[in-house]
Ligand binder design. Sequence first.
Ligand code: TNX
Length: 526
Amino acid sequence: MKSIILKSFLVFGLVFVVMACTAPKKEINYPKTDLAVEALIPKPLKVVATNSAFGLDVKTVIYTNQTSKGFEEVGKFLSNRINQKTKLDIPVNSSLDETVERIIYINQSDDLESDSPEAYQLYIKNDSILLHAKTVAGAFRGIQTIQQLIPEHSNDTLTEQPMWLIPTGKINDAPNFGYRGMMLDVARHFFTVDEVKKLLDVLAYYKYNTLHMHLTDDQGWRIEIKSWPKLTEVGGETEVGGGPGGFYTQEQFKELVAYAAERHIQIIPEVDMPGHTNAASFSYPILNGNGKKLSSYSGTQVGFSTFDAQKDTVYAFLDDVIREISAISPSPYFHIGGDESHVTKKKDYLHFVEKVEKIVQKHGKQAMGWNEIAQAKIDPSTVAQLWNEPHNAIKAAEGGSKILLSPAKKTYLDMQYDSLSKFGLHWAAYIPVDSAYIWSPEKYVPEIPKESILGIEAPLWSETISNSTELEYLAFPRAIGYAELGWSIDENRNWEDYKARLAKQVPYLKRMNISFYPSKLVDWEN
Ligand code: TNX
């Protein structure tokens, strides 16, 4: 408690000193604002408007807590984004000299209402923006809010310099769910490192914290495994429709992990098994368990392949694969797939899941798998990802597992918007932008209590898409709505209100060169 008081004293003291050192201030006649109606997505927990403005301009600096590791990087990230949007060059932790008139102070503080590590508080006044967060991740979420509050256009009439006016007030914010993810299938079609980075940038802006990468499937194996090189030499060369495929070297995967980590996003690797394994078995036929002659596969049918669950070699192979990937993957989770293993005998499937779960644990990770894995005796630390069968997910929750919600009818980003959609499938549903948003993760399966829900994830399967433009058509704008479903509480969510805020994302999406689908349900503002 003492240290909190001391810290708050230091913060306010610092701001006071900065303000006192600055030249005598001319009164600025700020226009009336309303922080409560800003187009923030996801919608913050609590907003109180004080109806004036903070003027971001050349006389603004960013100052960060320099004793807590990582805060300065968050300050630099914000400075960089301000530069992209306004061309202002805002110094971070420079000497606070007499030219400084306004400060954005990013501070570590344990004194927040929420227990969440991603919680933050913003106090926006005329001369200062104070961002308080317990952790660097919280500070990073907080600077997304600051970024979103900066208007597209400056006001050039208040002072001799242009000012970007940020509404004053207080924001108290924390996520409803600790896990807010998107999944990208890079196996059906390969996506390059740069394409994945572009996606990560937008996910970070909307406060996602997870990208699950579906790295292997019948049509391709996308990650280098040094002890089994043919996986990528042979299995990496195919994709749906006969294209060239591709794969990430371990160095490239590390580069993606690091890029995501700078944005406080974890990358969860998935090796899908025992089904969806044609590419692996075609590379190393000793793994094959379906007894048929193998060939490479570039179609889109599912459920015809399986590893041989009775062979020791298969588990030795998986020990190598899981060890090598775990070594370059800091996320606590390793996803073992487990879906649609239609040609694996039931008893083999159960045996396989239980064995592989233990291998994952041996390498220091928690297992995650599609809802089918709950047919096996899974450990309570293992996460079941609900996609099609609530009864399996309910069973997993009863056993103490956490459930990740990805119901296909609601969250599958590869489902078409309607029958005219250029890409996508519709086996689960057509999912227009409103239907994607209008549901409650907490109430979706009444038998699964909120305490059992880890969070939500929107999967983007890539049978019908092969580049960023096509990816963006399916992912956006729906992924923006899922960001809000994961972060904002039900009471704060409302389609009409969300729709108006979504409409205002156009300048950002354009600046990021995102080819979103301009659904007619939204009155897009340019
Ligand atoms: C079902 S969802 C699958 C994927 C397909 C997807 C297409 C799941 C666990 N399995 O293999 O890509 O449908 O929508």
